[in-house]
Design a protein around this ligand. Sequence first.
Ligand code: ATP
Length: 233
Amino acid sequence: MLSVYNINVWYGAIHAIKNISFDVHEGEIVALIGANGAGKSTTLKTVSGLLRSQTGSIRFMGEDIMHTPADKLVGRGLAQVPEGRRVFLDMSVEENLEMGAYTRPAATLAPEFARVYDAFPRLKERRRQVAGTLSGGEQQMLAMGRALMSSPKLLMLDEPSMGLAPILIEQIFDIIRELHREGSTILLVEQNAQMALSCATRAYVLETGRVTLTGTGAELLVNDDVRRAYLGG
Ligand code: ATP
């Protein structure tokens, strides 16, 4: 579904991404894990067209998307939940969700609303509430729900656990597993390696802009190097 080959990204003189390649197949949850600054978010932003690689290729559903503008990718089935959620704080839950499918008339969105409210009953209860008054976990749910409104083929999540209490992290990952069971393909960037590896079909470890290790989630969970570096020994 997604094939990233040999990408390189610089921020001025900083070489943030060095020859990274990875694949996501239909029906998988693929996790990119690594420490602060390893290049996880940069990789995701490059796939979603917010940053550009000077080399290599990025193919999605068989098409080259290296030069496709970010706003066109949503229509092709690629939705990203950005780091820090970025929900529209002054708008209601329902209005935020509508923004996830802004290219379509609101009156046609009943099936998408039903699906999102089914996945996130909490959002349904609070559909008239202003997003700025939601808790951190609820805002994460809203950001994920907003992305799902475009019925994406591939859902990309940037650090869904960030800033959340352990109980909410569990809840968010339960929802990620549920979306996967229902057929969503997911690319997940996470610093919380334990949570990410326990739900990932496959994962890639990033260190200072390079992929240093790859395997199934289960393999990496018991890998000595991964345990030492990311799972607290
Ligand atoms: P984190 O988990 O802390 O978000 P990350 O693995 O997502 O980390 P990136 O945010 O991709 O890492 O950053 C990779 C490298 O690029 C880091 O060294 C970072 O300092 C640098 N970097 C990121 N954004 C910029 C920017 N806008 N300008 C300059 N350097 C940047």
